[in-house]
Design a protein around this ligand. Structure first.
Ligand SMILES: [Cu+2]
Length: 153
């Protein structure tokens, strides 16, 4: 019983540490990217986006100073088993719905980075929503091996 209580406390402490930004009913939780060991052609950014507004929310683009371009990508595995990334012009999130950008799924793609991304650093990324305008978050650069999807709460 005491162990269970302690575990619950630890879990709530971990949950409380999750970085998030909330603007006009748009909540962005835990934006992160894997560290790059050398200068990559592109690097993916992941996060959870919660639409707490009562209306559909459309993500139409991203902007950052650390790369020449930022686009929305989806990963599609073809019949031949080869995974390809397709560019998405716009993503709609229904009211009260959650959009998870995660490895091998939808992600923000940064191309032509100015410098390698070092573990432990953060950089600002601006998300552009048609309905609420711009929301800027700090993306945490995590360990390069942190590629595996996180367990869903
Ligand atoms: Cu991509």
């Amino acid at each position: 019983m005491r162990l269970a209580a302690l575990l619950a406390f630890v879990l709530s402490a971990v949950a409380a540490q999750a970085y998030e930004v909330s603007v006009k009913g748009v909540r962005i939780v835990d934006p992160w990217t894997p560290a790059t060991l050398r200068l990559p052609l592109g690097n993916a950014v992941y996060m959870t986006i919660v639409n707490e507004t009562g209306a559909p929310l459309r993500l139409t683009g991203v902007r950052t100073d650390v790369a020449r371009a930022g686009t929305l990508h989806h990963t599609v595995t073809a019949d031949d088993g080869v995974a390809r990334m397709l560019r998405i012009v716009e993503v709609e999130i229904a009211p009260r719905e959650v959009l998870r950008l995660e490895p091998l799924e939808m992600h923000v793609m940064l191309t032509a980075l100015d410098a390698p991304l070092t573990e432990g650093n953060t950089f600002p990324l601006t998300l552009i929503f048609r309905e609420v305008g711009e929301v800027t978050v700090d993306v945490m650069v995590k360990r390069a091996t942190a590629q595996r999807p996180r367990p869903r709460p």
